[in-house]
Design a binder for this molecule. Structure first.
Ligand code: ATP
Length: 203
């Protein structure tokens, strides 16, 4: 039996998702298809210690929005592993917990936008991350990702690079539009737009 045929490739795409937008979904689809991943887990952060802006929606609301947005997406699912663990979210813990629950036949691929990839060296125990997952960096408009600029010990130095859909959208832009009473309907799914309206988020 060929052992490689039973190894499952799972993408781990973490984020605050405050809220999830079409850029996130397009990235997940592009990486799934280009790297032929069996599944992508979109892991909702509990407490994002690196953010300057306060997170405006609760973990529960952010989780529900990701679940709604992924309805009907092929092999892309939401994970609450960081919310269940609680406390500040560190990717190292996310990877260890997921590997434990998914088992040794799963090969994890950590998906990060190029902005996040450049700052990975300041993440907790970042030097151990490449041992736990293949790092996949995805292009983001306005963000330069160049491994030549990284020193040899940077966790993203040997990352795979997927150009991806290059959609110029961010959750910050969506929160700002909402706060100034503008429509966000082209930037999020209809289900998320409705959820934000009914729960009166980002007002
Ligand atoms: P915010 O504006 O609140 O910082 P965000 O839009 O960057 O939010 P996050 O939830 O913080 O969204 O990002 C989760 C992951 O998705 C990060 O790795 C980030 O780099 C990546 N990402 C977000 N938007 C895009 C995009 N348009 N293209 C590529 N990657 C993206």
């Amino acid at each position: 039996m060929n052992c490689s045929s039973v190894i499952k490739k799972v993408g781990v795409f973490g984020g605050t998702f405050d809220p999830i937008h079409k850029g996130h979904i397009a990235v997940a689809r592009a990486v799934r298809d280009e790297l032929k991943l069996d599944q992508i887990l979109m892991v909702v952060n509990n407490d994002q210690w690196m953010r300057n802006d306060p997170v405006l929606a609760s973990p529960d609301d952010r989780y529900k929005m990701v679940k709604l947005a992924l309805n009907g997406e092929r092999n892309i699912e939401v994970s609450d592993v960081d919310i269940v663990r609680g406390g500040p979210t560190y990717t190292i813990n996310t990877l260890v917990d997921l590997q434990k629950s998914l088992g040794s036949m799963v090969k994890l691929h950590l998906i990060v936008g190029s902005d996040s990839a450049m700052s990975m060296h300041i993440w907790k125990n970042s030097e151990k991350i490449p041992e736990l997952a293949t790092i996949v960096t995805v292009g983001r408009p306005g963000e330069v990702f160049d491994t030549e600029l990284l020193d040899n010990f940077h966790p993203a130095k040997r990352a795979l690079y997927v150009v991806g859909p290059m959609l110029n959208v961010s959750a910050t832009q969506i929160r700002n539009l909402k706060q100034s009473n503008h429509s966000i309907k082209n930037l999020v799914t209809e289900s998320v737009d409705n959820y934000i309206k009914t729960q009166k988020l980002y007002q």
